[in-house]
Design a protein around this ligand. Structure first.
Ligand SMILES: [Zn+2]
Length: 81
């Protein structure tokens, strides 16, 4: 299996979007996503998801992240859209 970078990019996407990766770690992933339609798509979903969850958290005034079921439901909805 050739390493096209997709696996690494997708595995680190959430961490990157949450700003948990240092510049050195996120730079090659950002670069890959820019050139890869598949990962770019995945990133859009993740960004939407992050925004929706953030808004849901603010609406409900929950300090912690919502349960994983909610996250999965939102993700499924975004993928179907
Ligand atoms: Zn990719």
């Amino acid at each position: 299996m050739s390493d096209c970078g997709c696996e690494k990019a997708k595995a680190n996407l959430y961490e990157m979007l949450r700003g948990e990766l240092c510049a050195e770690e996120s730079a090659p992933i950002r670069e890959h996503i820019e050139q890869c339609p598949d990962c770019s798509d995945e990133q859009s979903v993740c960004i939407n998801l992050t925004e929706v969850v953030k808004r849901a958290c603010e609406d409900e005034r929950i300090s912690n992240c919502p349960p994983s079921e909610l996250r999965d439901a939102i993700l499924a909805g975004l993928r179907e859209a």
